[in-house]
Design a protein. Structure first.
Length: 168
């Protein structure tokens, strides 16, 4: 207990010495004399003030400081080089949109920049691993459904051949 009293006294003296800085950062907090001589309304205000999260307030102020410093840096910093340009792509015939129906990994590019291409010429090769895997998965699913259909047909055939009695 003695340690806690000394720690409390040390923190109180530290807070008293740095009072103006603490109040700037955390806002004005009432001292013990003000707490003792308050009425109900002031007491309610004090309770609200003490419940405000100090870390959140500090974090908000630190974020504002970072934003302000970023704006000052952007205003003061100099750029090495700025380049602007305009361009226009002019197709020889009509505008064509190039896009892939199914995305994938490009395994090989068969043309280079500046090459003249012919109609229906192969431009790139796409890795087929994903597509082969998808086909195999669909084949397994198809065979499972075929087996399920065969079981249903067999069950219906057995039921009609032997005329199983119904339960009531």
């Amino acid at each position: 207990m003695n340690f806690l009293k000394r720690l409390h006294a040390g923190l109180e003296s530290l807070a008293e010495r740095n009072k103006k800085y603490v109040e700037k950062v955390l806002g004005r907090l009432p001292n013990r004399d003000e707490v003792d001589a308050v009425d109900f309304a002031t007491d309610a205000d004090l309770a609200i003030l003490r419940q405000e999260p100090l870390r959140a307030r500090l974090l908000l102020r630190a974020g504002g400081l970072v934003a302000a410093l970023s704006i000052v840096w952007a205003a003061i910093a100099q750029l090495d080089e700025v380049t602007r340009g305009e361009g226009k792509v002019i197709p020889s015939k009509q505008i064509q949109v190039l896009q892939s129906i199914d995305g994938g990994l490009v395994s090989e590019i068969l043309v280079r920049e500046g090459d003249i291409v012919q109609v229906n010429q192969l431009l790139i090769k796409i890795d087929e691993t994903r597509f082969v895997s998808s086909v195999k998965e669909n084949r397994v699913q198809y065979l499972g459904l075929v087996a399920k259909a065969a079981r249903v047909v067999l069950a219906v055939t057995v039921a009609t051949l032997f005329s199983l009695p119904t339960l009531r």
